[in-house]
Design a protein around this ligand. Structure first.
Ligand SMILES: Nc1nc2c(ncn2[C@@H]2O[C@H](COP(=O)(O)OP(=O)(O)O)[C@@H](O)[C@H]2O)c(=O)[nH]1
Ligand SMILES: [Mg+2]
Length: 297
């Protein structure tokens, strides 16, 4: 039996969460075209008869601007230090540049074995791939590089098989049926946040926290979900609600449909928009909303 932790690290929007979801075979982490979609360290567990890999999803490396993003960046460092292996994800479509090479060098210095997933090859010209591969060898990093498409599942199997071989001998860390360390309640809040990320622009989605007040399976088999969408400004609240509540209705409807898919049952969802000025810089509110410091494994 082989088992171990693999930290999945890279710049914001590289495609880390999408890749973990496809490796694990279930959606354990929300995805959007915006940076800061992943705020928490989320474990995605892949178990087969003879191995278990615990993928550690991390927030994208990004310039911290407030206490929340500062914590997110500290969380990346904690994850990187405490795993058996690092998978550094590069957005191939975006192009590999000095910024990525600098980060790869930094993480390589931790002395933890590392490989590169060069992703989104489905949306880039084929001829760019060998050019970028040459850049990797020129950079002298001496790392294995796997060109993949998480969206199309291309070459993901080869990456998976490679990672299995990199895991140390060991027993299962999680029970067979566990796919994530997060609760259903956490995923419900994340689904709400995902729909907000997809619908709203600029600072609005980044300034949103979801607080679940009620998460309960009723006797009639319907889940009752009651949540607050906490935003930072009254002006954001107005946009989130929209004219005659149009925006909030639409986004809640998308969220409810996805919650139903996730829970496999009907959901009765009620949402409220609340304002907490600058909550992202207020430690007591961060704690209340579940954004706590991570510890090493
Ligand atoms: N075309 C394509 N898009 C991808 C792929 N992987 C991720 N994306 C998209 O890239 C964006 C960022 O993905 P996400 O997984 O949230 O990135 P993260 O911030 O690194 O976790 C989303 O819009 C994804 O749908 C891929 O393999 N191909
Ligand atoms: Mg992510």
């Amino acid at each position: 039996m082989r088992s171990g932790y693999v930290a999945v690290i890279g710049r914001a929007n590289a495609g880390k969460s999408t890749l973990i979801n496809v490796l694990v075979g279930e959606k354990v982490s929300i995805v959007s075209p915006k940076p800061q979609t992943t705020r928490d360290r989320i474990l995605g567990v892949l178990t087969e008869d003879d191995y278990q890999i615990v993928f550690v999803d991390t927030p994208g490396i990004y310039k911290a601007r407030n206490e929340l993003t500062d914590r997110m960046m500290r969380s990346v460092e904690t994850s990187a230090r405490s795993v058996d292996y690092i998978l550094y994800v590069v957005d191939g479509h975006d192009g590999v540049g000095e910024e990525d090479f600098a980060l790869m060098r930094k993480y390589k210095e931790l002395g933890i074995p590392m490989a590169i997933a060069y992703t989104k090859i489905d949306i880039m010209p084929k001829e760019n791939i060998p050019l970028d591969m040459a850049k990797f060898s020129d950079a002298g990093l001496d790392l294995d590089v796997f060109p993949v498409s998480a969206r199309k599942g291309r070459n993901v199997k080869a990456l998976k098989e490679f990672l299995v071989q990199q895991m140390p001998e060991g027993e299962k860390i999680f029970e067979q049926e566990i796919v994530s360390d997060k609760s259903e309640k956490f995923m419900i809040a994340e689904i709400m946040r995902e729909k907000i990320l997809l619908k709203f622009d600029k600072e609005i989605p980044h300034g949103v926290a979801i607080v679940i007040n009620v998460f309960r399976l009723q006797e009639n088999g319907v889940w009752e979900v009651n949540l607050d969408i906490v935003c930072e400004r009254a002006s954001h609240k107005a946009i989130l609600i929209g004219k005659q509540g149009k925006a909030i209705k639409e986004v809640s409807s998308f969220a409810r449909q996805d919650m139903e898919k996730f829970l496999g049952a009907k959901v009765f969802l009620t949402t409220y928009v609340k304002v907490k000025e600058d909550w992202r810089d207020r430690p007591n509110l961060l704690k209340q909303y579940g954004y706590e410091e991570d510890e090493e494994f």
